[in-house]
Design a protein around this ligand. Structure first.
Ligand code: 3PY
Ligand code: ZN
Length: 632
């Protein structure tokens, strides 16, 4: 093949090539990696053809195989000026002022992150995000931002989708240079479920900013401000927009729920403002902020602080569009919403209809109905790919205000309960969840504290324990690890501390932290981590790969090995990734700019005595086969 390519090279044919021709024409030598990539891809497709993708095993099958149609774009048109251009031009302070000066309510579209985290177990693949990205850049320059990274996506891209989260960010950035990107950052928990050493949090933020992240929504799962400092300072130092959050829990319109009252939130917001936050987020992760409460909270915050206010809620209760409306009328600057087909329920309110709700009002958005409706149509088709990850629809009853479960956890915990054969005890689990919250002294429940509360609730239901049984020193109980993390202070401190009796009972003689966990952790050893990663990658890792490893050692290593074995699978269409090709189906995969592989799947042989099967393909018209061990 090398000789053929040499002989076919235009310069060779022209006879202008010198003895240094081969040195100066590196593309002649690119054959091996390309061939390698094709082989890896066939290996993956062969494996899925024989064994299926474990990700969708025993799940409802998606029937959609056709690509999701995207809105038509005028060729060669450039991207109109968007929020990111304005931010770059004005700098953060003046940009914040510009936001404050707007009469219109601005919108963040959460479809790329929280919406599918809440509705589809965070399984939406990069390819489906990239396919619609340009339409946003061209047709929706009025959008304030796209929430498209962070939260659970970092983990799930690698763990389940076998994709690089960093590549997702870079590829989307390339397609959307004009609209701000935003991510959810769990402060000292970064994008994980436990506190990390400070230098890991800082390196993560630096890498994310470098890769094109603009707005970092920083929150602490106990609203513990000391635990937000490192992350906030890192964002500011990296030139990002620091959007500090107050997590909303309880009910400020209920005088009986006075632990988290209006004063508590205003004091918290003031502290965050004094720590240098550029924007303030109200993070209503459970959708508890009722319309009248939203009005009161946002009105007061507007009077008390100078930062732009950004409202995030989940529509679990079905009434949260009203909270956005009430907020908009008293000075809310930005609201989160999701494209119609991925909105509602435990996701965000419906962007398309909330925008129309404001038409003709002083807060009317400049988003264009046709542009956002066309994009919504795309998401409707995309959702059909993800039928295997649809969860049971669980409309909330008034019970939501008792258990206060975050949107992302609500359906997830139900699935966990279902897996344990406890789905008929769902309302009891919700009640126990509420009791666990009371036992813990009424805490903010959001990742990762919500996970600890959920784990404890399931533990109590599965073992038939009452709160009194839990406190009974006679009982030998092996509490879930997350509960020990929480009560051991490794997730930080709640206002007023944890109830001592429960803490002692769960932790026994184990150490309890009362200071910031990051202070007592040894800094991560980047040099040692790099050496470990280099060993399994077989090359020097990039810094962001070392960061992935430090955040998720096992998940990252498994993903990296998958990639070494099968190549980058993110470019496969979603139905092919989940189910493989149908016999005779032809697939075009771009492996690099201008290089497309045409793969036709033909058939699978009967098993050989060693348990392997041969899968037959045509690759760019040439027969190819791969041998795959049949796992069945
Ligand atoms: C996350 O931390 O992923 C959340 O979405 C919390 O609300
Ligand atoms: Zn959320």
């Amino acid at each position: 093949p090398f000789l053929i390519r040499l002989m076919n090279h235009p310069k060779f044919i022209e006879g202008t090539c010198t003895t240094r021709f081969i040195d100066q024409t590196p593309e002649l030598l690119e054959f091996t990696p390309r061939r390698d990539r094709a082989t890896k891809l066939l290996k993956f497709l062969g494996d899925v053809a024989v064994n299926g993708n474990p990700l969708v095993k025993d799940r409802v099958i998606s029937k959609r195989r056709d690509p999701a149609p995207t809105p038509a774009l005028v060729a060669d048109q450039s991207n109109p000026q968007g929020s990111r251009d304005r931010f770059k031009e004005l700098g953060v302070e003046k940009f914040a002022q510009w936001v404050r000066d707007q009469k219109q309510l601005l919108f963040t579209d959460t479809t790329f992150r929280d919406a599918h985290q809440s509705l589809l177990a965070t399984r939406v693949r990069t390819k489906d995000l990239l396919n619609i990205s340009e339409a946003y850049a061209r047709n929706c320059p009025e959008m304030f931002s796209l929430e498209m990274w962070g939260g659970a996506t970092f983990d799930t891209t690698m763990r389940f989708l076998k994709e690089s989260p960093w590549q997702r960010l870079a590829d989307m950035r390339e397609r959307v240079p004009n609209i701000l990107f935003q991510m959810l950052l769990r402060a000292s928990n970064a994008v994980g479920y436990t506190n990390y050493p400070d230098n890991v949090v800082v390196a993560f933020v630096e890498e994310a900013a470098q890769a094109g992240m603009d707005i970092f929504r920083v929150f602490d799962a106990l609203n513990w401000v000391p635990n937000m400092k490192v992350a906030m300072e890192a964002v500011i130092a990296a030139g990002g927009i620091c959007e500090a959050s107050i997590c909303y829990t309880g009910d400020i319109s209920n005088p009986k729920r006075d632990k988290y009252n209006l004063k508590y939130y205003v004091d918290l917001a003031k502290q965050l403002e004094s720590m240098g936050a550029h924007f303030l987020a109200i993070k209503d992760m459970a959708g508890l902020c009722k319309p009248t409460a939203a009005r009161k909270l946002i009105k007061t915050l507007r009077e008390e602080i100078g930062l732009p206010i950004h409202f995030h809620t989940h529509d679990t209760a079905g009434i949260q569009a009203a909270s956005i409306l009430e907020g908009a009328q008293v000075g809310l600057d930005i609201a989160d919403a999701a494209m119609a087909p991925l909105s509602g329920g435990t996701s965000q309110p419906n962007l398309n209809t909330v925008v129309e709700m404001l038409r003709g009002t002083p807060q009317e958005s400049q988003l264009q109905t046709k542009a956002i409706d066309e994009i919504a149509e795309y998401w409707r088709s995309v959702r059909e790919f993800y039928t295997p990850f649809e969860s049971t629809v669980l409309p909330a009853t008034a019970d939501l205000y008792r258990h206060e479960m975050p949107g992302g956890q609500y359906t997830n915990l139900f699935q966990q309960a279902h897996a344990l054969g406890l789905s008929d005890q769902w309302s009891q689990i919700c009640e126990i969840y509420a009791q666990v919250n009371e036992m813990l002294g009424d805490i903010v429940k959001v990742t990762p504290t919500s996970k600890a509360v959920g784990d404890m609730a399931l533990f109590m239901v599965a073992n038939d324990l009452t709160p009194a049984d839990v406190l009974n020193p006679e009982r030998e109980l092996a509490f879930p690890a997350s509960v020990k993390d929480l009560l051991g202070g490794r997730m930080g401190q709640p206002p007023g501390g944890f109830p001592e009796a429960l803490q002692k009972r769960v932790m026994r003689d184990e150490p309890i932290l009362t200071t910031r966990p990051g202070e007592s952790f040894e800094p991560a050893d980047f040099v040692a981590a790099e050496a470990k990663v280099e060993k399994f990658l077989g090359r020097k890792p990039k810094r962001n790969e070392v960061v992935s490893y430090l955040l998720y050692p096992k998940v990252y290593e498994d993903f990296a090995k998958h990639e070494l074995n099968y190549g980058d699978v993110s470019g496969l269409p979603t139905p092919v990734f989940f189910y493989g090709q149908e016999p005779g189906e032809e697939l075009a995969v771009d492996i690099e700019v201008g290089k497309t592989l045409i793969v036709k799947f033909l058939t699978i042989s009967d098993p050989h005595p060693d348990g392997s099967r041969v899968v037959f393909f045509e690759l760019n018209g040439q027969p190819r086969e791969v041998s795959v061990i049949d796992q069945s």
